[in-house]
Design a protein around this ligand. Structure first.
Ligand code: NAP
Length: 254
């Protein structure tokens, strides 16, 4: 009964970076499944991503895909098209961050952060867009960050802020180009969300300083970002494209 009212009933959706147990991608995949979608979860480690898909129930897939690798992205999308015949939703969630200051950023740090966040978003979008064009419908949701809008200052360094700002530019340019073909492209800009992306590197003092700046006085939950993705992916957002949806507890009120 609950599924009959699902906002994504019968939709085929890909979520990248979806294996992390407390992550935004995993929470998004879970919420989409609750709303009737069939999911493909992509991530780096086979065992973890297959387990994450199995947790959602039957019919969902967990596939290995490094979003930095354009060929791997195309291969995975071909596999899904063979199986599903189309793709309705892509959530570009895979991302990494590093708490570096400007002078600490080495070329390999820049490459790693830009590659996963920005090139990964481009790679996966390029892979799914031909199918969405054929269908003349589709929704792409890109996970940016409040860091893009306020110049970092939460956890990630300047290269992370630049990568996430790049995602906003890419989102708007794709939205403009793809709108005539019925494909919507939007971004979610999460603030400080309680996941494992900080990999134990956030000191209690830093955490306290971050929380003091958040009007709602708490970190966000992965499920609260998943809700934003659900809205943008669904027909409720049928007239929304090229938008930045802020979900930051008020951190960016201006
Ligand atoms: P998370 O728990 O670390 O999840 C990110 C997932 O992406 C992990 O499963 C990770 O796998 C995977 N991944 C990393 N590199 C990948 C690649 N090359 N290809 C495919 N998957 C890859 O982080 P999260 O906090 O949920 O973050 C999700 C997204 O939200 C990211 O884009 C992040 O930048 C963004 N965001 C987060 C926050 C926050 O406060 N948490 C705020 C703003 C924006 P491994 O674990 O194996 O590396």
């Amino acid at each position: 009964m609950a599924q009959a009212m699902g906002l994504l009933q019968g939709r085929r959706a890909i979520v990248t970076g979806a294996a992390s147990p407390r992550g935004i991608g995993r929470a998004t995949a879970r919420l989409f499944a609750e709303h009737g979608a069939t999911l493909a979860l992509l991530d780096l480690e086979r065992e973890a991503v297959e387990a994450a898909a199995a947790e959602l129930g039957e019919g969902h897939l967990g596939l290995v895909c490094d979003v930095c690798d354009g060929k791997a992205c195309r291969r995975v999308v071909e596999t899904l098209l063979d199986r599903w015949g189309g793709i309705d939703v892509l959530v570009n969630n895979a991302g990494i961050t590093q708490p570096l200051r400007l002078s600490q950023i080495r070329p390999e740090d820049y490459d790693a952060v830009l590659d996963v966040n920005l090139r990964g978003t481009l790679n996966m979008s390029q892979a799914v867009v031909p199918a969405m064009r054929r269908q003349r419908t589709g929704s792409i949701v890109n996970i940016s960050s409040v860091s893009a809008q306020r110049g970092g200052g939460v956890f990630g360094g300047p290269h992370y802020a630049a990568a996430k700002a790049g995602i906003l530019g890419l989102t708007k340019a794709m939205a403009r180009e793809l709108a005539p073909e019925g494909i919507r492209v939007n971004a979610v800009c999460p603030g400080f969300i309680d996941t494992d992306i900080t990999a134990g590197e956030l000191s209690p003092e830093r955490l306290e300083r971050i929380l003091e700046e958040i009007p709602l006085g708490r970190p966000g939950e992965a499920r609260e970002i998943a809700g934003c993705c659900l809205f943008l992916a669904s027909d409720l957002a049928g007239y929304v494209t090229g938008a930045e949806l802020d979900a930051n507890g008020g951190l960016l009120i201006h």
